[in-house]
Design a protein around this ligand. Sequence first.
Ligand code: COI
Length: 354
Amino acid sequence: MSFEIKVERTENSRLSQLDPENIGFGKVFSDHMFLANFKDGEWKNARIVPYGPLSMSPATSAIHYGQSIFEGMKAVAHQSSDEAIALFRPEENAKRFNRSAKRMAMPEVPEELFMSGLQALLELDRHWVPRSAGGALYIRPYMFATDDYIGVKPSDTYCFAIFTCPVGPYYTKALRVKVEEEYSRAAPGGVGFTKCAGNYAGALYPTALAQKEGFDQVLWTDPLSHEWVEETGTTNFFAVYSDRIVTPALSQTLLAGITRDSVIQALRHLGHEVEERPLSVQELKDSLSQGQLAELFITGTAATLVNLDGFGHRGEYHSVMEQGNQQVSREVKHFLDELRCGATQDPFGWVQVL
Ligand code: COI
């Protein structure tokens, strides 16, 4: 299947206003965006237009009932030439997008449409990819229901869109997380494994409460017993022991992070033992007091890989950062950073240079 993409270039590029040293995260948007519409059972009108507001009816069903999903990806400068940029496992994002779409009763976006829209957009805005260390072009593909109808049913029409924004780091320091035992992010049979908008909205209030207590993020636990660690606000969770690395096994209540999977494969490639299995808060506390727990870190597209300073549980703070030298997290982060930008050979075939 191939899709014709009409291109309307901006006449007023904003690129010269970009200050590469002060990008921040998620507030500056590149010149163009990709749009396509689903109507009468098919995707049509694939186009690239100048980045700008979308107009919609007040009755747009996505606003009322949350039929809305998204992905997060990054393009980085690649060392193979001055203009080269690289995507990292983009087909995994396309697949996860469609797993989310299916669960939210939305139409799938054909991988060809996802990839050709993405590539055409990046060709046009490739100069927005920061070439400064630590910078990246964050890519936000998303889809939302566009029927103007307030009965509760799957929409018949949808918009699939992609825009991009140059970004610096999402987190700039090691985080303090609160083990959450009152609120739940997801439940078996629910939508926790999807990147649907509501998963993020539902996390805002508990996160704000945790932040009032001096934490940066919530460490979600299972919804039934609150004994088992799941993930943090927008990231997956890893514990580094003296002889192995443990990360919670995937389930219906965890987002299957592409960075998570890449970190697991990279750690194994680097010779580390990695276990994907249930991980309890009690195990974390016991292994910390026995001197076995050396590092905690979290992974995600936006966050990449960030260390945790420690975790709060039932009014006590357990500091982990002081236990070790962050050797394992640094090693795997360095390996993946080098692989992405072409400084080291990619043994997995993950990097796609444009
Ligand atoms: C990502 O890591 O790309 C995410 O989706 C988190 C985001 C909500 C900033």
